[in-house]
Design a protein around this ligand. Sequence first.
Ligand SMILES: Nc1ncnc2c1ncn2[C@@H]1O[C@H](COP(=O)(O)OP(=O)(O)O)[C@@H](O)[C@H]1O
Ligand SMILES: [Mg+2]
Length: 234
Amino acid sequence: MDNILEARGLNTFYGRSHILFDVSLAVAPGETVCLMGRNGAGKTTTFRSLMGLTPPRQGQVIFKGRDCTGQPSHQMARRGLGFVPEDRRILGPFSVRENLELGRIPSRQGTWNLQTVLEHFPSLAGMLERLGGTLSGGEQQMLTIARALMGNPDLLVLDEPTEGLSPVIVGTLKDLVVRLKQAGTTILLSEQNIRFAMAVSDRVVVIDKGHAVYSGAIEEFKRQEDVQKKYLAV
Ligand SMILES: Nc1ncnc2c1ncn2[C@@H]1O[C@H](COP(=O)(O)OP(=O)(O)O)[C@@H](O)[C@H]1O
Ligand SMILES: [Mg+2]
């Protein structure tokens, strides 16, 4: 089947600093693809390039067959790209319920609504009236993912979802991502946590100093101990 997302030869800059060098990656419908790399490798910049937050100076972003390079992030969201940024951005003065409602995109219909989202996030069901600002880091991470699903995305993009979370919460998050996969969600995530990536991904792309240096199926990646040692903290 055709890829839902293709990044082709992205070159992205912050001012004069050249950060991404010809980065390409693709995600097929139903797949979970993990972009792996150390701190500063260029994972967030890749996702910002896809979302039009830091448009690439060269290269293309093809989403659902259409060239969407440099389109503003709200348009990408409306086209079905659900982005969960690494800093999570929960609205502190708003309740959990309000945060979820804010994820709705009126023009996008699908299976996700408040009820189906809460079935996948039972912990949120018991705290709908709590203010976002009072949630723990793990609860906030669950809420941002749940909020992105409320927009019925065709592709869910998670930037380092396990960052800063305790091992117990990482385990909960792993089970959640596996269940979302089983429900048919297409996911692109970034990670430094190799064990988490291996537990949830179908395919891995490794980025180092702004270059995509490896790409392979998860079963192959598991055997690539040299790649893991060279480019990831193991
Ligand atoms: N706003 C910015 N201005 C200048 N350089 C930046 C900015 N954000 C990130 N960088 C640099 O870009 C590189 C890639 O960063 P980033 O994409 O955040 O990596 P990762 O998400 O893999 O940790 C790093 O060298 C980082 O210092
Ligand atoms: Mg990052």
